[in-house]
Ligand binder design. Sequence first.
Ligand code: NOJ
Length: 868
Amino acid sequence: MRPLSFTPLAWVSITTALTETPFLGFPSPWISPSPSDDPAWQIAHDQAVEFVSRLTLTEKVNLTTGTGWEADRCIGKTGSVPRLGFEGFCLMDGPLGVRYVDKASAFPAGMNAAATFSKRLIRARGESMGHEFRGKGIDVQLGPVAGALGRTPQGGRNWEGFSPDPYLTGVAIAETIKGIQSRGVIACAKHYVLNEQEHFRGSVDVRIDDRTMHELYLWPFADAVRAGVGSVMCSYNKVNGTYACENEWVQNYLLKNELGFRGFVMSDWGAQHSTLGSALSGLDMAMPGDIMGPPTSPQPPYGSHWGGALTQAVLKGEVPQWRLDDMVTRIMTSYFRVHTGEYTSRPEPNFSAWTQNTTGPLYKASNRTWTTINLHEDVQSNHSLLIREVAAKSTVLLKNNGILPLSHPSSLAVIGNDAQDPPGGPNACPERACITGTVAMGYGSGTADFPYLISPATALFHRSQEHNVTFFNTTSNWDLSHAQSIAASAQVAIVFAAATSGENFVSIDGNAGDRNNLTLWDNGDALIKAVAAVNNNTIVVLHTSGPVIIDYAEQHPNVSAILWAGFPGQESGNGLVDVLFGDVYPQGRSPFTWGKSLESYGVELMTTAADPRNPRQKFDEGVFVDYRWFLTPGKGRVDSATYHFGHGLGYTSFEYSSLTISKHDDWEGYEPTTGTTDPAPVLGEVVDSEEEEVVERHTFPEGFDSWRIPRYVYPWINTTIYNSSENGTAKSPSIGDFPPEARDGAAQELLPAGGRKEGGNERLYEVLYTITVNIKNTGKVEGVEVVQLYLSLGGPSNPSILLRGFEDVTVSPNETKPVTFNLTRRDLSNWNTQAQNWEISDHEKAVFVGPSSVDLRLNQTLPTLYTA
Ligand code: NOJ
């Protein structure tokens, strides 16, 4: 057994990592399931080992490397194993539905799923998405998202994920993964890790301390691993000096060793930078496989960091064969893991990501092999019902002076561009990068094509017709006098406004992915003020990618209600109407804090860099983001937010009582994990490059030029390159830059917080306290209360409270229901950098239960644990 490597690399600068985390992570650990694990993993692992043992070197490489950008029909596609009839993997965006295809659904965004605070709905959304990906013949869904977590409210891709609170995101990502994978599709937890903003995303060097990493950004990924996620996508940014996809601390040490992840890591598209750096630090699949980036940048000889370059590196012994075998075993383990039960068959992709025409090229980049490429398979099933339910139940009632639920007014005015059917149809703007018409998702790769989009104006029109309500509608956000005259003529005026964000490859009005500010777009704030000036039954509806500054509307006496509908997907208008008229109880709760100013958040989006070639960003605020900042004295200010995390009103009232805590005595105490991983095996044929015949066998096959597809990545080597001193990748680190143990497949030490169980040390998940409260509905209608449990860890370095439980419970008038929460060891712990382990401090701890982070009705100190 070999101890962990402490040797810093010559070619990376890891100053912060070295002070805070003196561990590097070589070699890549071989994590096979422990005998007591979920037997499904054991079976899948054994199947994978058997499968990989039958592969040749180039067949293995083929499964690790994408065939190139737009080379095949999916957004990402690996090479195949034709000899065994095994098609390459088809990978498709994104986190809210199948991107770029027809006859599939556009689900509510991740942040909306989180806003329901309903594990049932989050799971069901995952299941339905999984069903649709499978129906299209897709192997891997490129979602869900936990990075961006949401460090700054301007973060362009926050809406793809769930919430800046890692606990809520952790629960949501786990439920989503279980849902997706239960339908025979591999989920992909992305973007790992610290991909918190779009500005400089491909180059920013995020400096982070070990504790913040564990308590905030790594936390939901631990839940993803524990939920059995099959793949993880490493992100574009650097972490403490090294690109995430080349970072042995991030991949080998944290994800694979500490968290016990045994699926595969794929690169974000173009986030891989070298052959050896990525292979030795734990990357398992290169996407899209070829080299993206400016043609002026040095192009590696194989057109790929892997493909032929990886074959060459293995033959030369620079990447040990066990590491390649580990990559493919991980990929195939995830494959077999989801292909169980009724999902053992594997449908072929029946679409092309690059055209919705029926015929098109199979190989888009080379425009080759025209065929029937789209079968237009309808995979929507009855998902519109769930989409409508999630849209309604994620709508957060931020303010209500009693006007809601509406009992059909005599007249209704709908005001604003954001209420309207998008002219040209809901998909008129490429990548959804505009706000022409109602906004129901953000922009970039996290989108899907709408099969249809029910706008609020359409839904409200139909509702008005059914109930003889006089209906007015005005679309312009800029003709304020017209908006006022319409508003003044109606009993109730509903004014709509939006703010969107997305991925930085598209920019709207100077917003390059991230939002430039927290105001409403398209004159939205002026429109709200103009309408409120003339109608004292003004209702504001917001479709935004996160918080906006809305205090003026909260304060305005004529604004009778404010609803945040987020990005609700294709059933937008119907979901909203259900809540407005009280058909569905508003159970949405805000998954983030609504600051009164950008500055109130205490974090900054980095838009300029002292050295633009090496932009560096320190996450100095540590664990204090969102409510952890606002609610901690000495950090943010409670009164600098309009609405707090967890806030959301309903249509009835609840009484909280009888908080009881039962303690599960921890007689055994917490044992750090000891022991070792298995040594990494070499599977199948052992390649020996000393033999000329072996090298020869891996060169381009005879006649290759007659059938080669241009711009396609192949696994074979070119002897001219092989025999030169070139190592395969331009400007890459070479073998001398790595400590010898980076290539050593011997068993290695498990980490104290780690183990063979997914999610790390199994005892972190032991329940130490059970808490119950009673919830009584004291109002007149049935309602859903989202009961939230917060924990104070005590001590000077912790946020005042942390979310550690939530349950949505339906209660009839006068009925009382008990709600139960379990607190695990992990919930109660802080990360100790020196010990590299979780630790429960001696500080007094207390629980708080209530309907929001600032309405904590009950609290009690936790009785001290008895420990051995
Ligand atoms: C880059 C994005 O960051 C990622 O989320 C997406 O899956 C890939 N592009 C593929 O489109």
